[in-house]
Structure formats: structure tokens, C-alpha cells
Design a protein around this ligand. Structure first.
Ligand code: HAM
Length: 425
């Protein structure tokens, strides 16, 4: 065992017992997307590195510190996707979805993302995001729709302790005014900040507000807030979004300090947190916002966009923190117990027929004694156990036992499948 190879740090195996929960969540997400009319987009796991530099932003932690970037044999710089929006926008442009008569284009994706972060509870190096992107509409109602979809997923899965935080990052003009105010605020004492922040002051001062190292600095609390610099148009847009959220009965808080860790945002930005006691230090379950301008940045025509992404890992952690049990389907419909060589042989075909008739069914493959076969059936949570011994086989019968009430029925062997169908109805 000494030369055993273990799983890479920050990744996890999802084992049977857990995968059923994943499947249930994935099915719920897909079903919600169907109701909200978002359609699935599947993009590659890796993209050209430049795509993320240009969209997520050169000065962000994701691009500077967290990407899995490699050079392929053709000397291209490629990166395992750290998030899904960049690829969705690239695909939107490349496949000319802006030309589709169905606008906005509403997409969703589900799959692994990769970030070289310090692993801890709720933070992995490979994690699965479910995300949606709506491109082609600047109607604040679509902002409310996107937020409502994320909230519905959590609520329908049984989460109650949620906190939705929204903010507006404004338009270009608002951001320019805010940027100038930030520079004036931090410049005199920028020497007290980390070297990353010193670089950010010129390139992207808003990123300073998101710095993990300098979080505690006194200038952080007193920093000018974007909300005070919104243009009338931006403020009006944000008012509409919050009005629609109220109309939909979605509770929220406005947090003027909410800045997201990616550069492409403007106007609406939001995060959903878990308020559950005992939830780890990282409470953000979902993040998203508007990214008008990103499509142009990636080479497409002027197109507004908005979306969110959430990880299934954090969703599961929130369910656990709230003690919500997912109604996963455990158990099988029929276990075949057999006694004697001939009967064992017979169950090979019988098992196949049960499965072909649509039932989940199993038999013994370990040459177990009859008692141990019953135990195995119990462990598998079998609804029925069908017993075929030598005597039954001779008499062309099979004994069916309901595990719920212990009731036993003798059934003719040839018509067992038909009869079993009727019983299970
Ligand atoms: P993000 O805030 O970087 O946004 O990530 C969104 C969500 O992904 C987080 O709220 C969290 O649930 C999950 N997540 C991020 N990093 C990790 C990690 N290391 N381990 C586990 N879960 C993680 C985006 O990715 C944007 N693309 C969202 C978006 C879509 N904005 C517009 N459209």
C-alpha cells in the first residue's frame, strides 16, 4: 500500500450514496431551466487563456493566481475554465446566436470548473457550477428573473436560511466617477496596502475593495461606495430591479459594499448566502450580475447580458447545515433469492426479464446462503423478495414476499413478470 496514489488536493470523489443527491439536484436545476426557458449549452473544459484574461480581467485573483494554465504541444496557452460566463459569451459570439430571432438568448450550463485556491470547507480546486446566462436584453425584469431562478432552486430543494444581497455597480460613467473617488481615497496611504493593491490602484482600484489580505484596513470601511456615484439612469435601472424583486416576493438586502471578484460586471450584482448556523466561513452560495459590454469585448455586437453561477458543493453543504434530507430514491423493487443450483440458474433469466420489464432488480452473485441473501435484500431496501427453491421450481411456482408487511403470495413461474407488474401498480 506504500506506493498508493491519492486524489489531488482540493478535489473529491463523489461516491455512490452521494451521487444520487447530485443527480437529484442536477435534475431539479434542469427542470427549473425548462420552466424558465433556459437551454443547455456545453462548451469545452479548456479555452484559450486570453479569453479569461480579457473577460474575467487581468487584475483579478482568478486570473493572477488561480488559473490552471498550460501550454499544449502546439505551443498554445490554454486554461482549464475557472468559470462559465466567458465561454458562454465566446460561444454566443462564435455561433452568431445574436442573429437568432429568439432574443434574449437564454442558456444554462453545468460542469466542472477549476481554480487553484487554498482548499477549505466549501472551497475546492475542482468544483461543479450550475449557471445561467441571458444575453440580448437590458430589461430589468430579466435581472429579476435570473435572481428568481437561483432562489427557486434553493427553495424548492428545501433551503430556508438564505440571504440575498444586491447592489448596483452602475454604468461606465458611474464607474468612472467611483474610480476617481477610490483613487483619491486610497492614494495617500497606498503604501500601507499589499503589493497587489498597489498595482490595483492604477489599473483597477475597485479590486482593492475585494482584497483578502487588506480586508481589515481602516480605509476599507470608509471607502466611497458606488451607490453614491450612480448616474440617474443607473439608479433608475436598479430601482426597477429591486421593485420587481419585491413584486416577486423575493426578500433582499442592498449592500453597497458588494463587489464581485470578476471584472466584467456593471449594473446589477448579487450574491446569495447561507444564513444557517454552523455553515463554514465561506457563506456565499451563488454569485452573479449584469455584464453589458462583455460580448463586445469578446468580439461580438453590442449585447447586454446577465447571469449567475452556483456550485453544487456549496449547495450540498447548505442542505447539510440546515439538516435537509433530499428525497433520494433508495431501494430496489425486487430481489431474487434462490436455493439450489437449478433455481440459481433460472434466476439469471428471470432477473433479466424483470429488468426488461422496467423493474430495478438484483440477485445474489456471492453464492450466499439463503439467510444471507435475505440480509442482502434488506440492505438493498428491496420492496419485494421473490424466493425460488428447488420445490418451487418443480411446482412451477415462485414465492413473493412483501417486505413492508411480510405478506407472502405464491405465483405461477411463467406469468411471474405479468403478475408482478399488477402487484406493483
Ligand atoms: P463566482 O462568484 O466566481 O462567479 O462563482 C460563483 C459561485 O461558484 C460561487 O458563489 C460559489 O458557489 C462557486 N464557487 C466559486 N469558487 C468555488 C470553489 N473554489 N469551490 C466551490 N465553489 C466555488 C462566477 O463564476 C461568475 N461566472 C458567475 C456569473 C455568471 N456571473 C454572470 N454570469
Amino acid at each position: 500500500m506504500s506506493n498508493q496514489i491519492n486524489i489531488p488536493r482540493g478535489t473529491q470523489d463523489i461516491l455512490p450514496g452521494q451521487t444520487e443527491k447530485w443527480q437529484l439536484i442536477e435534475a431539479k436545476a434542469r427542470e427549473l431551466c425548462e420552466r424558465y426557458q433556459y437551454r443547455e449549452l456545453r462548451t469545452p473544459i479548456f479555452e484559450h487563456t486570453d479569453l479569461f484574461k480579457r473577460s474575467v480581467g487581468d487584475t483579478t485573483d482568478i486570473v493572477q493566481k488561480e488559473m490552471y494554465t498550460f501550454t499544449d504541444r502546439g505551443d498554445r496557452s490554454l486554461t482549464l475554465r475557472p468559470e462559465g460566463t466567458a465561454a458562454a459569451v465566446r460561444s454566443f459570439v462564435e455561433n452568431k446566436m445574436f442573429g437568432s430571432p429568439n432574443q434574449p438568448v437564454k442558456l444554462y450550463y453545468m460542469g466542472p470548473m477549476f481554480r487553484y485556491e487554498r482548499p477549505q470547507a466549501g472551497r475546492f480546486r475542482q468544483f461543479v457550477q450550475f449557471g445561467v446566462e441571458a444575453m440580448g436584453s437590458a430589461d430589468p425584469a430579466i435581472d429579476a428573473e435570473v435572481i428568481s431562478l437561483a432562489m427557486s432552486l434553493y427553495k424548492e430543494l428545501g433551503l430556508k436560511k438564505l440571504k440575498l444581497v444586491v447592489n448596483s455597480l452602475g454604468d461606465k460613467e458611474s464607474r468612472k466617477a467611483h474610480r476617481d473617488a477610490l483613487v483619491s481615497h486610497f492614494q495617500p496611504r497606498i503604501g500601507e496596502f499589499c503589493s497587489d493593491c498597489q498595482n490595483r490602484l492604477e489599473k483597477n482600484p475597485m479590486r482593492i475593495l475585494d482584497c483578502k489580505a487588506d480586508r481589515g484596513h481602516e480605509l476599507m470601511k470608509s471607502a466611497p461606495s458606488i451607490i453614491d456615484y450612480l448616474t440617474d439612469d443607473s439608479a433608475q435601472y436598479f430601482n426597477k430591479v429591486t421593485k420587481y424583486l419585491t413584486n416577486l416576493g423575493i426578500e433582499f438586502e442592498v449592500d453597497a459594499n458588494l463587489v464581485r471578484g470578476l471584472d466584467y460586471y456593471n449594473h446589477t450584482a448579487f450574491e446569495i448566502m447561507s444564513d444557517a448556523e454552523g455553515f463554514g466561513a465561506i457563506t456565499t452560495l451563488c454569485g452573479g450580475g449584469r455584464y453589458n459590454g462583455l460580448v463586445e469585448e469578446i468580439g461580438g455586437p453590442e449585447t447586454p447580458g446577465i447571469g449567475f453561477a452556483l456550485s453544487i458543493e456549496r449547495l450540498l453543504a447548505a442542505l447539510e447545515a440546515e439538516g435537509v434530507e433530499l428525497p433520494v430514491n433508495e431501494g430496489i423493487e425486487c430481489y431474487l433469492v434462490s436455493l439450489g443450483e437449478e433455481a440459481k440458474d433460472y434466476t439469471v433469466g428471470l432477473l433479466h426479464n424483470l429488468r426488461m420489464a422496467g423493474f430495478s432488480a438484483e440477485r445474489d452473485y456471492q453464492d450466499r446462503k439463503i439467510k444471507a441473501q435475505f440480509k442482502a435484500a434488506d440492505r438493498m431496501n428491496a420492496r419485494y423478495v421473490a424466493v425460488l427453491g428447488e420445490d418451487e421450481l418443480k411446482a412451477n411456482k415462485i414465492n413473493l414476499k412483501s417486505m413492508a408487511d411480510g405478506e407472502q403470495t405464491e405465483l405461477p413461474l411463467e406469468s411471474f413478470i405479468e403478475k408482478f407488474k399488477e402487484i406493483c401498480k
